[in-house]
Design a protein around this ligand. Structure first.
Ligand SMILES: NC(=O)c1ccc[n+]([C@@H]2O[C@H](COP(=O)([O-])OP(=O)(O)OC[C@H]3O[C@@H](n4cnc5c(N)ncnc54)[C@H](O)[C@@H]3O)[C@@H](O)[C@H]2O)c1
Length: 261
């Protein structure tokens, strides 16, 4: 019997088969979960094709896949309305999305971040967690679980991570406030602080190659992590194994964050 047997939820954030969301889905499906998906809409449909082919690789036939730009309330409302019509209820949400203008993700230029770049990064990377929790809560009448993805750059300064670090700090504290707010409804909210993984979003951050090398030198386990390790932690947090865990930031970083020097 799988840990996620009988559980259904929405995964936001598969861009391709290197996305953290893809690895999380892989492990969730292996544990017996039913996953529903969204993709970022674009006029040429490239995002949908990439997302569909990544889902296909996981052997998921005829996936439930709808467009959603999470910075638009009407898109999020449409997702939750359709889920309600098609399924009635859900058990979990995976928030694995982030965005910041790459122009401001270079070492030494944090102080040049514009108001617009700041607002957009915080909106897409942090506010959307709250917006998704608000949409999901009525569809979780018997409780549920929500996770998101964060990075150590939200706790300490990582050169080049810049505005994304501010957004991750907001995401992590939003997790705690949401956990406190939704606890009475038996909805748990946690975030996973993942080590660096070579994804589309990571390629926008200046110095990602150096981050990987540094992770290998400094981390307790003296290595980088792989996507499945984050996927397994997602299964734990979204399953009943973690029934007493909420408001936490769980590091899956091979012990990088515990080392001072
Ligand atoms: N890759 C890493 O090193 C790393 C480390 C720790 C945390 N994370 C976090 O993991 C999460 C997933 O990123 P990833 O590294 O898998 O990269 P990715 O590029 O594969 O995924 C980012 C996703 O965000 C989506 N997205 C961006 N703007 C959106 C919007 N307005 N509406 C809906 N979706 C939108 C993209 O379509 C994409 O699917 C992010 O929160 C990221 O910050 C990544």
């Amino acid at each position: 019997m799988g840990l996620m047997d009988g559980k259904r939820g929405i995964v936001f954030g598969i861009a391709n088969d290197r996305s953290y969301a893809w690895y999380i889905t892989k492990q969730l499906v292996e544990a017996g979960a039913q996953c529903l998906f969204t993709h970022l809409p674009d006029p040429k449909g490239k995002m949908e094709r990439r997302c569909r082919s990544a889902i296909d690789e996981l052997g998921i036939q005829d996936p439930w896949l709808v467009p959603c730009d999470a910075s638009k309330d009407e898109d999020l409302d449409a997702v939750f309305d359709r889920v309600k019509t098609d399924f009635g209820k859900i058990d979990f949400i995976v928030h694995s999305i982030a965005f910041a203008d790459r122009q401001f993700l270079q070492m030494g230029n944090f102080h040049t971040t514009t108001r617009q770049a700041w607002t957009q990064a915080l909106d897409i990377s942090a506010y959307t967690l709250l917006a998704m929790a608000r949409g999901a809560a009525p569809l979780m009448p018997e409780g549920g679980a929500i996770i998101s993805m964060t990075y150590f750059g939200g706790e300490k300064v990582i050169p080049g991570y810049n505005i994304m670090g501010i957004a991750k700090a907001a995401l992590e504290h939003t997790t705690r406030y949401l956990a406190a707010d939704l606890g009475e409804k038996k909805i748990r909210v946690n975030t996973i602080s993942g080590g660096p993984l070579r994804t589309l979003a990571a390629s926008a951050v200046g110095g990602i190659t150096e981050m990987h090398a540094h992770q290998e030198r400094k981390s307790a386990l003296k290595r980088n992590i792989n996507g499945e390790e984050v996927g397994n932690t997602a299964v734990y947090l979204l399953s009943d194994l973690a029934s007493g865990v909420t408001g936490e930031t769980i590091h899956v970083d091979a012990g990088f964050s515990i080392i001072g020097l």
